[in-house]
Design a protein around this ligand. Structure first.
Ligand SMILES: [Zn+2]
Length: 207
């Protein structure tokens, strides 16, 4: 009897362990997309020096790839180019909107600048996902020199349709304990999958 109970207990434990691991394995996308191509444009100062080195960008793309892995999505830098010194410091909405003229179609455009003023409050931002009002459907990411290693993943989270999250340590939240790696939840992963399929279908992004 005791042995039978033990066996049942073992089965129960296995079942519970399965339940406990279900949300994460369930959330993990079965779809693997080809690499989403990124065009990186880095502003230069008046001496022609880029505001960040190449390794700064690759570190942030690597972090984005770790965080997007559960969605089956990853990114690769398809091209790196320099951005005119007039984009060195973005002070208002017009400065951000002017970047629309520098978009390269079929790619996720990421612009890196020295500073990015907050256009809704005083102060500065580390990054933003921006939709210029007079460029139908266009949207892109701007990172400031002050961006954290996870800022690109956060802005790409917006690019793939996610709003902010109130849950601490979610990648779409501003609340981080600095100890737990930020992640997407199951709903966000599904949303990323939906947007990835749409970007692919519409050829907004060339895969
Ligand atoms: Zn945000």
């Amino acid at each position: 009897m005791a042995r039978r109970l033990l066996a049942c207990g073992a089965v129960l434990c296995v079942a519970l362990a399965g339940l406990l691991t279900l949300p994460r394995s369930f959330a993990r996308s079965q779809t693997r997309y080809p690499a989403f191509p990124i065009s990186v444009a880095v502003a230069e100062d008046r001496l022609g020096q880029p505001v960040v080195p190449a390794a700064w960008v690759t570190e942030r793309v690597s972090r984005a790839n770790e965080i997007f892995a559960d969605a089956g999505a990853f990114f690769e830098i398809r091209e790196t180019r320099s951005l005119d010194p007039r984009f060195f410091a973005l002070g208002n909405r017009a400065d951000r909107n002017a970047l629309a003229a520098s978009l390269h179609p079929g790619l996720i455009n990421v612009f890196v600048v020295a500073s990015l003023a907050d256009v809704d409050a005083t102060g500065f931002r580390m990054g933003v996902h921006w939709r210029p009002p007079r460029a139908a459907g266009a949207h892109f990411v701007i990172l400031a020199q002050s961006a954290m290693p996870t800022t690109l993943a956060h802005e790409l989270g917006h690019f793939f349709g996610n709003p902010h999250s109130p849950t601490p340590n979610n990648i779409m939240s501003y609340a981080r304990d600095g100890l737990t790696p930020p992640v997407f939840d199951a709903i966000q992963l599904r949303r990323i999958g939906d947007h990835a399929a749409r970007f692919r279908r519409s050829r907004e992004i060339s895969l």
